[in-house]
Design a protein around this ligand. Structure first.
Ligand code: XMP
Length: 326
């Protein structure tokens, strides 16, 4: 009979065994898996772990603070933040194709992380302590999906830091390899991580970059971040967080719609609410949110976000729609 605390104890012991007195690094994404993996490794080897958080500017409101303040407060982990916002926006300038966006974001992420790892390696090397291990939040379903092998070839999406170059040779530490998502969440709570991190809804690696239909710019990101933050606040206030799988807010940045506000005509942009219910994101149904919640979200977004003058609801299931618009 596996209790959560026995999972933690066994895993911590296994990490100590594997890492010994060597050093490890971990890329934090803001998501549950990397946070719990890092917290376990930190519990096992403490200061031997350094976490790297790449701020690519495509995160939602408050997410950087959640990592820098709340995660660090809960764990005491050593964290290096790399501010790469300008670099990502520069690379995304003029790009509208969804797959192209993904490719660019993935590529830049690896480059930035790689540089951070090299910098840390140089620092550590000067003290005679090379970094030998890379921590990843690979879950059991990921292991099964990719054929059960181990190593870098196994890694399926960029935010798991796949495809590191040959000259950065790390052994992988994957403390969540035997766990399902719900177990990961329980382990996270057991380790004292905040609910906001442990119960965070899925958020794609490319972030808001694939929720702006059209070119990604700083202004558009600011607009989407404001609308998204209102939707999240109202869903949380209505107690609906655990009922929905996720609720992307999508900015139709290249579409303009006419509206009226006060005495004047407006010519702004629509946003789409995409609340979905799902077990595993392979299929999904659109969530029948209460009308009063939809009304509050719509009223607040159109009042508080000046560039948005229309809120629409996506009532497509998956299939035929996907969850994200891009
Ligand atoms: P779709 O849009 O394919 O999304 O129905 C299914 C789930 O995957 C997430 N998603 C991504 N996650 N990188 C990620 O890490 C991506 O490029 C990506 N695209 C979609 C999406 O949020 C949903 O949970």
């Amino acid at each position: 009979q596996w209790t959560t605390s026995s999972i933690v104890d066994e895993t911590v012991a296994a990490i100590r065994e594997q890492v010994g007195d060597k050093r490890a690094i971990c890329a934090l994404s803001g998501g549950v898996d990397s946070a719990v993996a890092a917290a376990l490794v930190h519990r096992a080897v403490g200061e031997q772990l350094t976490c790297v958080f790449v701020d690519h500017g495509l995160l939602r409101a408050g997410e950087r603070a959640q990592v820098e303040r709340d995660f660090v407060a809960a764990t005491g982990v050593r964290l290096v933040t790399v501010d790469a916002v300008d670099r990502f926006l520069g690379a995304l300038a003029g790009v509208t194709d969804p797959e192209e966006k993904r490719k660019i974001i993935g590529r830049e992420f690896i480059r930035v992380f790689e540089q951070a790892a090299r910098d840390l390696q140089a620092e550590a090397g000067a003290e005679g302590e090379q970094i030998d291990f890379l921590v990843q939040g690979t879950l059991y379903p990921d292991v099964v999906e990719s054929g059960g092998g181990s190593g870098a070839a196994n890694i399926k999406s960029h935010h798991n830091v796949g495809g590191l170059p040959e000259d950065l040779q790390f052994d992988l530490v994957e403390p969540l390899r035997a766990l399902f998502k719900d177990e990961v969440r329980r382990v996270g709570l057991e380790l004292g991580l905040p609910e906001t991190i442990v119960h965070r809804q899925p958020f794609p690696g490319p972030g808001l970059g694939i929720r702006i239909i059209g070119e990604v710019t700083a202004d558009r990101l600011e607009t989407l971040r404001a609308a998204d933050s209102i939707a999240r606040e109202e869903l949380t206030a209505a107690g609906l967080d655990r009922d929905i799988w996720q609720c992307p807010v999508v900015l139709l940045a290249d579409v303009r719609s006419v509206g009226v506000q006060g005495d004047g005509r407006t010519y702004g942009h629509p946003v789409v609410l995409r609340p979905v219910s799902s077990e595993d994101a392979m299929t999904a149904d659109w969530t029948r949110l209460p009308y009063d919640v939809l009304e509050r979200i719509s009223t607040r977004i159109t009042n508080e976000v000046s560039e948005v003058n229309r809120v629409t609801l996506d009532v497509t299931s998956k299939p035929p729609g996907t969850i994200e618009w891009e």
